[in-house]
Design a binder for this molecule. Structure first.
Ligand code: IPM
Ligand code: MG
Length: 408
């Protein structure tokens, strides 16, 4: 029988994400740490938690793991990987989306690489038994409040964008999404019966000043390292939480005189992203607007299969994952685009481990494989070579090997 462990509840969101993890049952033998190579003197070692999840998750994680190992080894890095079930995979094994051992492995790692979560099979599950709950547990309990979602139109893929080439070409923006607050976690929430006996659904958009300040600081710092432009997106003409958001972001601007701050309402931002996406450098926004705008931005780049993300906390391991879902319709068919996960591994190296050279090797290798004409179905255009997930991974690996040394 599974046992329960009560964990500390640190946020007020215990209704949406009950503060319990369930142990994996003793049928499941979690693999012990997998040594990639014998420990060698002078090499840096890192523990990486791999959470493949569901659908195409295991396929893209397997490819990204090989690329991470190869790029790391060229920079003297060694990894101990621990692969653990989450989401639907964990539901099938032990009946909960986030087993205690999976969370502990993630929490104790140096960085976490996650594939994708969810699938039709579990769509009818009760809310607390939906695979996506694993994501909320991870976000909440790892306190990864800062979600970085870059959207870059690679020159090789300008034709894959749904926008005109001249509009899409050169787009290079970073969306900084608040990830542990707002309407996703706010109280009160839930479905109840009102005084007329009618069902009502409630979700609450709520932000405390410190939550706004800490994400704004991440955004100002991010903009400072990029082109020095920060656009804060809110709905301050309607929502009180946005009024406070705008006030706090504005107040912080004086600490970052080198960053040019602007504000935009979210409806206008959605329009401007399609009209003239090149006007954006860094965008900072709340949890729900960031969710929506990052999907919109992904289409400008050609495919959601290209976009990585990093979720960072003040201390502790970061969570790195492609922004796409589990794509159950193509799962197990070797059709998935692994590049978003490979680029997430690059973000893991850069933001999670501070290993910029190894990260650059991966980014360069992805560019090189694309320049050599390899394309998965989602980014295919005539004249290129259509490949599956594994072959795309193999081509990126070849490019990692060929590009010695990396340029930073
Ligand atoms: C994302 C996803 C998740 C979110 C879903 C799967 C809960 O859309 O990471 O963007 O809404 O945050
Ligand atoms: Mg989303």
């Amino acid at each position: 029988m599974a046992s329960f462990l009560q964990t500390n509840i640190r946020l007020s969101s215990n209704k949406i994400v009950p503060g319990k993890y369930t142990s994996l049952n003793n049928q499941y033998h979690a693999p012990s740490l997998i040594r990639c190579a014998a420990a060698s003197p002078g090499k840096k070692r890192f523990n990486i938690a791999l959470l493949p999840g569901d659908g195409i998750g295991p396929e893209v994680i397997s490819v990204a793991k090989s690329v991470l190992e190869k790029a790391g080894s060229l920079e003297g890095l060694e990894f101990d990987f621990q692969e653990m079930p989450v989401g639907g995979a964990a539901l099938d094994l032990v009946g909960v989306p986030m087993p205690e051992e999976s969370f502990t492995a993630a929490k104790n790692s140096d960085a976490i690489l996650l594939g994708a979560i969810g699938g039709y099979k579990w769509d009818k599950n009760e809310k607390h038994l939906r695979p996506e709950m694993a994501l909320f547990y991870l976000r909440r309990d790892l306190k990864v409040f800062a979600n970085l979602r870059p959207a870059t139109v690679l020159p090789q893929l300008a034709d894959a964008s749904t926008l005109k080439k001249e509009v899409a070409e050169g787009v290079d923006m970073m969306i900084v999404r608040e990830l542990t607050g707002g309407i996703y976690f706010g109280e009160p929430r839930g479905i109840s019966i009102n005084e007329n006996g009618e069902e009502v659904g409630i979700s609450t958009e709520i932000y405390a000043a410190h939550e706004i300040d800490r994400i704004a600081r991440v955004a100002f710092e991010t903009a400072r390292k990029r082109r020095g432009k920060l656009c804060s997106v809110d709905k301050a003409n309607v929502l009180d939480a946005s009024v406070l958001w705008r006030k706090r972001v504005t107040a912080l601007a004086s600490e970052y005189p080198d960053v040019e701050l602007s504000h935009m309402y979210v409806d206008n931002a959605a329009m401007q992203l399609i009209r003239d996406p090149k006007q954006f450098d860094t965008i900072v926004t709340n949890n729900i607007f960031g969710d929506i705008l990052s999907d919109e931005a992904s289409m400008i780049t050609g495919s959601i299969g290209m976009l990585p993300s990093a979720s960072l906390s003040e201390s502790g391991p970061g969570l790195f994952e492609p922004i796409h879902g589990s794509a159950p319709d193509i799962a197990g068919q070797d059709k998935a685009n692994p590049l978003a996960t490979i680029l997430s591994a690059a973000m893991l190296l850069k933001y999670g481990l501070g290993e910029e050279k190894a990260a650059k090797r991966i980014e360069d290798a992805v560019m090189d494989a694309l320049s050599r004409g390899f394309r998965t179905g989602d980014i295919y255009s005539p004249g290129n070579k259509l490949v599956g997930c594994k072959e795309m991974g193999a081509e990126v690996l070849k490019s990692v090997d060929a590009k010695v040394p990396a340029t930073v």
